[in-house]
Design a protein around this ligand. Structure first.
Ligand SMILES: CC(C)(COP(=O)(O)OP(=O)(O)OC[C@H]1O[C@@H](n2cnc3c(N)ncnc32)[C@H](O)[C@@H]1OP(=O)(O)O)[C@@H](O)C(=O)NCCC(=O)NCCS
Length: 180
């Protein structure tokens, strides 16, 4: 079972807020639901897990002991400021981990995405991943910018590969970081 202690020294945002980054805990359910419910509508077009749903949030928070999955939260006082996860694939892709990351609107452009990204790469190494992939819609330019900052390179674009919550199709950009 992974440790729940802080994964980095506290992060100081550009506007001076002190943020703790740690693994998710089952006690985070309410704060995670509040975080998910406050995300801008357009984020919901793209996100894999619907963090506005109490059931989904309970499933995420209760999975803190999962062997091939690490979920990390950034905590600002009582509030969750950001969520990221890294999950190992299975079978022939079992050396590959997939990352997801979302920073709350109130905390964007404060350096938190970059700090969360570094933590998630370290967690992937702990899970013995030798490659990390981040999949995002072509329209998610911020996501591409931040993963490029973290050293990820675009490996390809899959045409009309993803559907948003309204069923509209989007091109999917696959970025990767090889860490062996
Ligand atoms: C993408 C996201 C995680 C970035 O988080 P963040 O905390 O705002 O990122 P940071 O402040 O650490 O920014 C790091 C760098 O990424 C780039 N970046 C981040 N947001 C950007 C934006 N809106 N426009 C242009 N560049 C941006 C910048 O180069 C930035 O460095 P700088 O501020 O020194 O110029 C956040 O916007 C988000 O959650 N978006 C919705 C979900 C999503 O797209 N997730 C990614 C796909 S999994």
């Amino acid at each position: 079972m992974p440790s729940t202690s802080n994964l980095t020294p506290p992060v100081v945002t550009r506007d001076g807020r002190l943020i703790t980054i740690r693994l998710i805990q089952s006690e985070d359910k309410d704060a995670l639901l509040a975080f998910g419910s406050a995300l801008p509508e357009e984020d919901w077009l793209y996100l894999e897990s619907d963090m506005r749903s109490a059931d989904t949030v309970a499933r995420l928070a209760n999975a803190q002991g999962a062997e091939h999955w690490r979920q990390v939260v950034a905590v600002d006082g009582e509030r969750i400021a950001a969520y990221a996860s890294i999950r190992m694939h299975a079978g022939r892709y079992s050396h590959v981990a997939a990352v997801q990351m979302v920073v709350g609107e109130d905390w964007r452009r404060q350096g938190l995405g970059r700090a969360m990204g570094a933590v998630i790469v370290a967690e992937a190494q702990r899970l013995e991943a030798s490659k990390i992939i981040a999949e995002m819609l072509e329209a998610q330019r911020n996501g591409q910018a931040i993963f490029a900052h973290l050293g990820f390179r675009t490996e390809g674009t899959l045409i009309a590969h993803a559907r948003d919550r309204f069923g509209k199709r989007h091109n999917l950009v696959v970025m990767a970081l090889v860490i062996e």
